[in-house]
Design a protein around this ligand. Structure first.
Ligand code: GDP
Length: 522
């Protein structure tokens, strides 16, 4: 592999932002894109989110709901690095794709609302990152608003998420009294809304040099006191532990006021890892510079253009370089074909990509060849390990409105399940179909696609939120254990699964049947 290609790969930084809705992901993303020069006007990303952004080929469902299912990949250059931000849809568009996207990044940025602390969706997404052991960088947002005490938030990180933290900077006041951040890492103070320049220097004792009205405030005093406490009792800074995902560097700021964002970006880029290798099914680690082109599909976007019924398979490049017109092999089927059409994603519009390297995400036009988790290679035959399945929380019983369409109904379901759009379960005797999802949107997309692609109208009846648990010792399960609060079903691999009414029903069952060993997927 040429030195130039190695350098190209090495400058990639690919990450996703994890947060609970409203913490400020869109606002922060937009500011990052502005710094990277990828967009010119503030409001571009926002407008896309609220649906004011007219892009002709969005999915119908996207238009109806005014949300972005397309959830693109955004790319920009900063400080010699090429940054790829993968969007992780939240709100109603939360789905398994959101989790799978986290399989395609090398690090994550976790945004926390200073007033709300760690919220439900953040916990879920954090767990996936933790499982992968990728570095997680924390941005505590909305410091221009009154919120929780910073020390309390640091404690929350350790107690709720179980991750140790290191404050890279520390707020001086907050809300109306927010004066700036004390940058422990870069040894400077960055004043908020100041006309005296972006940074103020510190002396050897960590005090602001010279006279400054800030020094007279109790907020400055408090910040220094807190920092002393952190120096004495807090975790030590360790680049190695950050890289292993054991220690999260914490930054404070305000995305809306564009304060602390550039400092965050610069420091983040120093520690964020370049493209990492992947493990194959044979448990071999393949490094980005080892092989010619290879990658895996982590998401399939259907119906980008309803007239053509085409789909786009999102592929994370793991090794080497992709060039348009390349002959690639799909590991699962052994089929080879030429990739004529591919796409790279930018903030504003899709662009045709001529070449891309390890760390980048490309979109491959697809007529039904790809499934989620597929490995695509050139040359050496290899297959990356399967993507994990996630424990669904929402369930729907589904039937065809017209019984005459039963064949199409089953064909459609089979394909959509294989593709990874939705999870499939069936009841034991009647073999009624129950679909599982982690987000409501998956059902809507399912319904829409059954109608448009398979010409079958479906009836969906909510079975409600459930706790799904797989069973280690299936042989000990008796059908009599199945009841309205503990429904026994089979998954698509014919494994038995209990769908419990709620956590309470799960515990009740476990008390009554202590010998049955239950477990959940991720
Ligand atoms: P998302 O749902 O995580 O993408 O959140 P948004 O970026 O859409 O932000 C949610 C709301 O919080 C919007 O009204 C933003 O204007 C507001 N917001 C985001 N960042 C800040 C901040 O730093 N300070 C304040 N006061 N509001 C913010």
């Amino acid at each position: 592999m040429s030195q130039q290609l190695k350098q190209e790969i090495d400058r990639r930084r690919t990450f996703a932002i994890i947060s609970h809705p409203d913490a400020g992901k869109t606002t922060l993303t937009e500011k990052l894109l502005l710094f990277g020069g990828a967009i010119r006007d503030a409001g571009t990303v926002k407008a896309k989110k609220t649906g004011k952004f007219a892009t002709s080929d969005w999915m119908d469902i996207e238009k109806q709901r005014g949300i972005s299912v397309t959830s693109s990949v955004m790319q920009f250059d900063y400080d010699g690095k090429r940054v790829n931000i993968l969007d992780t849809p939240g709100h109603q568009d939360f789905s398994e794709d959101t989790y799978r996207t986290l399989m395609a990044v090398d690090s994550a940025v976790m945004i926390i609302d200073v007033a709300k602390g760690i919220e439900a969706q953040t916990i879920k997404l954090f767990k996936v990152c933790r499982m992968r052991g990728i570095p997680i960088f924390t941005f505590i947002n909305k410091m221009d608003r009154q919120g929780k005490e910073p020390l309390e938030l640091m404690e929350e990180l350790e107690e709720v998420l179980g991750i140790e933290s290191y404050a890279m900077n520390w707020p001086i006041g907050m809300g109306k009294e927010f004066l700036g951040i004390y940058d422990r890492y870069n040894n400077r103070v960055e004043p908020f809304r100041s006309e005296t320049g972006r940074f103020m220097e510190l002396d050897e004792d960590g005090q602001l040099i010279g006279d400054h009205p800030m020094k007279e405030t109790s907020y400055y005093e408090q910040a220094l006191e807190d920092i002393e406490l952190l120096n004495e009792a807090g975790n030590d800074f360790s680049a190695e532990r950050i890289a292993n995902g054991e220690l999260t560097p914490v930054f404070f700021g305000s995305a809306l006021a564009n304060f602390g964002v550039e400092t965050f970006l610069e420091t983040y880029l120093q520690f964020a890892p370049p493209p990492q290798g992947r493990v194959t099914q044979d448990e071999e680690v393949v490094n980005p510079v080892e092989e010619p082109f290879s990658g895996f599909v982590f998401k399939i976007q259907a119906n980008m253009n309803p007239a053509h019924r085409d789909r786009i398979a999102f592929l994370r490049i793991v090794t080497g370089k992709f060039e348009r017109g390349m002959n690639v092999t799909l590991a699962r089927t052994g089929k080879s074909f030429k990739v004529a059409q591919s796409t790279q994603f930018l903030a504003d519009d899709r662009e045709t990509v001529a070449e891309a390297v390890a760390g980048d995400i490309i979109g491959l036009y697809d007529v039904g060849n790809y499934q989620i988790g597929d490995t695509v290679t050139v040359g050496k035959k290899l297959q990356y390990e399967a993507l994990p399945q996630f424990t669904p929380e929402l369930f729907m019983k589904v039937t065809a409105k017209n019984v005459m369409k039963s064949k199409h109904f089953h064909k459609g379901i089979l394909q959509l399940v294989q593709e990874g759009a939705i999870q499939y379960y069936k009841t034991l005797h009647l073999e009624e179909v129950i679909l599982g999802a982690v987000g409501q949107l998956q059902f809507e997309v399912f319904e829409h696609r059954m109608k448009n692609e398979y010409n079958v109208e479906v009836r969906m009846e909510p079975v409600g939120t459930k706790v799904a648990r797989w069973i280690e010792n299936e042989q000990d399960v008796k059908e009599s254990m199945s009841g309205p609060r503990s429904m026994l079903v089979k998954d698509r691999h014919d494994n038995l699964v209990f769908l419990f009414e709620n956590e309470f029903a799960t515990r009740w069952f476990q008390d009554k049947n202590p010998d049955i060993k239950l477990y959940s997927l991720l």
